[in-house]
Design a protein around this ligand. Structure first.
Ligand code: CP3
Length: 363
C-alpha cells in the first residue's frame, strides 16, 4: 500500500453499511431521531476491566498499541461486557507522535514521557509527517475491528494539537502547562510551527482510521480547559479547526472533547465539530445554549458518581438524560474517562438504565 495518508487520495475502500450509518450513535451525532440515547464511555477499554489487565500483563502500553490482535481484543472487551452503542479504538494520543519519530514512552502510573522536550525550531523539524506505512498496525487493527463489530460503530480518535503539544513541551504530564504557555506567549512563531506540524500528523492519523472504516472520530483536547477563551481562540482554535475542517468531506461525524471547558464550549463547537463533548461541570442544557442548535452534545455523568450508591447513580443518570433532551442530539458518556477503580458491573447497569429510560421518553 503506497497511498499517502495526508493526501486527498487516502484509501477509503471500506463500505459503511446502513447498519452503521443508521446506528443510534451515528444518528445522535447527526442530530437525527433515535430509538434510545446511545451510550459509550471514554476509556471504556482499559484498566477497569479484569480481562484487560489479564491480557495486558507484561506487555508495555506502546507495544500493545502496535499489536493489531491485542488492540482488537481490548477494543471489543467493553462492547461484549457492557453492550455499549459504540467501540472506541484502543490506542493512545501519543501513538502517532511516536510514529513521527519522537522518542517517548508511556510510563505506568505517570503517562507519556518525552525524552527530549521541544525547545526550538530544530526540534519541531525533527518531527516528521506520517504516512499510512508508519501506522500500518492502526490501519490493520481498524479493518479487523470493523469486520468483527458488525453493526456497532467504531470511533477513531486523535489528540488535538494543544494537548499533544503540552506533552511534547512539558516532557510529560503537567498540571499548570507552564512551559507550554511560556512558549505560546514568548515564542508564538515556534508555537504555531509546532502546532502546524501536529495538525499534519493528527489529520493523517485520523484519515488512516477513516479510510480503514471508523464510523466517527473524536478529537481529544483534554487539557484545553487550562486556557482562557481569548488564548484558546488565538493560539489553539485555528489548529484544531484545521484538523476538523480538513475532515469535513470525510463523511463521518467529528466529536470534539475537552475537560474544564465551560468557557470554551462555543469556541470548541466553532472549531468544526458535529458533536461537542462536555465534562460534568456544565449541565447539558446550559452547554447546549453555549454551543447552539447546530451541534449535538456528548456527556456528562461525573465519573466520581460511579462510586456512589446505586440510587444516587440512577438519579444522576436520569438528570443527565433529562438535561440532554434540551440538545438537538445527545450521546451519553461520562464527563471524562472511566476511573481505573470502577466496578465494571456498575457501568453495565448504567448502559441498561440509559437505554431503558431513554427508550421510554423517545419511543
Ligand atoms: O485504561 C488505561 O489506562 C490503560 C491504557 C492506557 C491508555 N493511556 C489508554 C488510552 C495507558 C496506561 C495510557 C497512558 C496515558 N496516556 C495516560 C494515563 C496515565 C495513567 O497511568 O493514569 C494519559 C493521561 C495519557 C495521555 C492521553 N491518552 C490523553 C490525555 C488521552 C485523551 C483522553 C483523556 O483521558 O483525556 C488519551 C487517550 C487514551 N488513552 C485512550 C485510551 C484507550 C483513547 C480514548 C478512550 O478510550 O476514551
Amino acid at each position: 500500500m503506497s497511498t499517502s495518508a495526508t493526501g486527498p487520495a487516502a484509501r477509503d475502500d471500506v463500505p459503511r453499511p446502513a447498519g452503521l450509518t443508521e446506528s443510534a450513535f451515528v444518528r445522535a451525532c447527526r442530530r437525527r431521531p433515535v430509538p434510545h440515547t446511545p451510550v459509550w464511555f471514554m476509556r471504556q477499554a482499559g484498566r477497569s476491566l479484569p480481562e484487560y489487565r489479564q491480557i495486558r500483563a507484561g506487555v508495555p502500553m506502546l507495544e500493545s498499541c502496535r499489536r493489531p490482535d491485542l488492540v482488537t481484543e481490548i477494543t471489543l472487551q467493553p462492547v461484549r461486557r457492557h453492550g455499549v452503542d459504540a467501540a472506541i479504538f484502543f490506542s493512545d494520543i501519543v501513538v502517532p507522535v511516536a510514529a513521527a519519530g519522537v522518542d517517548l514512552d508511556i510510563v505506568p502510573g505517570t503517562g507519556p514521557v518525552v525524552a527530549e522536550p521541544v525547545r526550538e525550531l530544530a526540534d519541531v523539524e525533527k518531527i516528521r509527517p506520517i504516512t499510512v506505512e508508519d501506522v500500518s498496525y492502526v490501519d490493520e487493527a481498524v479493518r479487523m475491528l470493523v469486520a468483527e463489530l458488525g453493526d456497532t460503530p467504531l470511533i477513531g480518535f486523535a489528540g488535538a494539537p494543544f494537548t499533544l503539544a503540552s506533552y511534547l513541551v512539558e516532557g510529560g504530564p503537567s498540571r499548570s502547562h507552564a512551559k507550554t504557555k511560556a512558549m505560546m506567549y514568548g515564542a508564538p512563531e515556534l508555537w504555531h510551527a509546532l502546532c502546524g506540524r501536529l495538525v499534519e500528523i493528527t489529520t493523517a492519523f485520523l484519515r488512516v482510521q477513516i479510510a480503514a472504516g471508523v464510523s466517527a472520530v473524536q478529537l481529544f483536547d483534554s487539557w484545553a480547559g487550562a486556557l482562557s477563551e481569548a488564548d484558546y481562540r488565538r493560539y489553539v482554535l485555528p489548529h484544531s479547526a484545521a484538523v476538523l475542517g480538513s475532515l469535513a468531506d470525510a463523511g463521518v461525524p467529528r466529536i470534539h472533547f475537552g475537560v474544564g471547558t465551560a468557557e470554551l464550549l462555543g469556541a470548541m463547537g466553532e472549531a468544526g465539530a458535529d458533536v461537542v463533548g462536555v465534562d460534568w461541570r456544565t449541565p447539558l442544557d446550559v452547554a447546549t445554549k453555549r454551543i447552539g442548535p447546530e451541534r449535538a452534545v456528548q456527556g456528562n455523568l461525573d465519573p466520581a458518581v460511579l462510586f456512589a450508591p446505586w440510587p444516587v447513580i440512577e438519579t444522576e443518570v436520569r438528570r443527565v438524560l433529562a438535561e440532554g433532551r434540551a440538545a438537538p442530539g445527545h450521546v451519553f458518556n461520562l464527563g471524562h474517562g472511566v476511573p481505573p477503580e470502577t466496578d465494571p458491573e456498575v457501568l453495565t447497569r448504567v448502559v441498561a438504565l440509559v437505554h431503558e429510560v431513554s427508550a421510554e421518553s423517545n419511543g
